[in-house]
Design a protein around this ligand. Structure first.
Ligand code: CU
Length: 120
């Protein structure tokens, strides 16, 4: 009896969750293209918790990588593998502030991402 009541509560809770806007389950997502030798776009402003996906081209190109060089305090650095084709690298950016991304193989290949402060 008791366990049935708990199951009922769980079912009701999942209905409520389903009715909420996408926010809960699907974080916003931005795609950055990787080209020879630039990121496109090379400047992004995103909401906190946006997943940024760097997408390499499907046809052969030069080798590039994605390295987080400057970052807000407390954020862990990240550095993708070097790749030339058909590769993806993604990171969820949570902490507001400025993220400076570089390709370690091409010193002019840089981009900036600003994560906005959360709205209240
Ligand atoms: Cu590069």
């Amino acid at each position: 009896m008791r366990s049935r009541a708990i199951a009922g509560i769980a079912a009701a809770a999942s209905v409520v969750a389903a009715a909420l806007p996408a926010q809960a389950g699907t974080p916003p997502r931005k795609v950055v293209g990787i080209y020879d030798n630039y990121y496109l776009p090379d400047e992004l402003k995103v909401k906190p918790d946006t997943v940024v996906v760097w997408k390499w081209p499907n046809d052969a190109g030069d080798v590039h990588d994605v390295k987080l060089k400057d970052k807000p305090k407390g954020v862990k650095r990240f550095w993708s593998d070097p790749a030339s084709v058909g590769y993806k690298f993604k990171r969820k950016l949570t902490v507001p502030g400025k993220y400076h991304i570089v390709c370690t193989l091409h010193e002019d290949m840089v981009m900036d991402i600003t994560v906005r402060k959360p709205r209240r």
